[in-house]
Design a protein around this ligand. Structure first.
Ligand code: PEP
Length: 253
């Protein structure tokens, strides 16, 4: 059975004190509520808070992910953080190809592919984001756009490497806008991604890859989204900044 995953992307939010409170709030919620065994919670705080978050989590409450990584191995790349550094801090996951990085920092499919390679070489699991912008959806190009992103970002991987990857479908028009994809719209793209994986790597492997939905997911809509056959969880932005909402989403399977 595929792993259910709910990952919180805090983006560039929280002071150190606020981050500390949020992590503690999540742990309190998890002590009150029993998360289903097959649901994996992942917290992706800003880089300066990774150590504090991993210290608290201690692998028992949730796993920890970074929001970004360099596409270079090491050396003179001021301000960058390498996969090797994340590995040395025992970070488990890292988001790659988020639409905000594609849009504001020029992260191309080729850069996404390089970052995925760096992460896998250092034993981290990439959470690779794909998704169309509004104009592409309005032009009916969403399947084609997502296909290109999946193929160019991931299809150089071996089957063994592909098993370590999590994919997040995040329609850009739904991120931070309060406008969620309908379960039908999301399911269509998730099934499309799984069929691309099946054609390239075989159905058995495609059935093992967790595909998350992201885009204004909240406690009130998580259940209907997670009920879809090919939606295996969520990548949560805004709602992951409230401990109660984040854990409520994780309880929505
Ligand atoms: C995201 O940034 O990955 C995201 C899904 O954000 P939000 O939930 O706020 O739309």
């Amino acid at each position: 059975m595929r792993k259910h995953i709910v990952a919180g992307n805090w983006k560039m939010n929280c002071t150190f004190t606020e981050a500390d409170e949020l992590v503690n709030g999540i742990m309190e919620q998890l002590e009150e509520k029993e998360l289903p065994r097959e649901t994996q919670l992942i917290v992706c705080p800003p880089l300066p808070y990774l150590e504090m978050t991993t210290d608290y989590a201690n692998d028992s409450y949730f796993l920890v992910g970074a929001q970004n990584v360099s596409d270079q191995e090491r050396g003179a790349y001021t301000g960058e953080v390498s996969a090797e550094m994340l590995e040395s801090m025992e970070i488990d996951y890292c988001i790659v190809g988020h639409s905000e990085r594609r849009q504001y920092y020029g992260e191309t499919d080729a850069i996404v592919a390089a970052k995925v390679d760096r992460l896998l070489a250092h034993g981290l699991k990439p959470i690779v984001c794909v998704g169309e912008v509004l104009e592409e959806r309005e032009a009916g190009r969403q399947l084609e756009v997502v296909k290109r992103q999946v193929e160019q970002g991931l299809f150089h991987l071996t089957a063994e490497q592909m098993q370590e990857v999590v994919i997040a479908y995040e329609p850009v028009w739904a991120i931070g806008t309060g406008r969620t994809a309908t379960p039908e719209q999301a399911q269509e793209i998730h099934a499309h991604i799984r069929s691309l994986l099946a054609a390239k790597y075989g159905q058995a492997l495609a059935d093992e890859v967790s595909i998350l939905y992201g885009g204004s997911c909240k406690p009130s809509n998580a259940k209907e989204l997670f009920a879809c056959a090919d939606i295996d969880g969520g990548l949560i932005g805004g709602a992951s900044l409230k401990a109660e909402d984040f854990v409520a989403i994780a309880m929505s399977f």
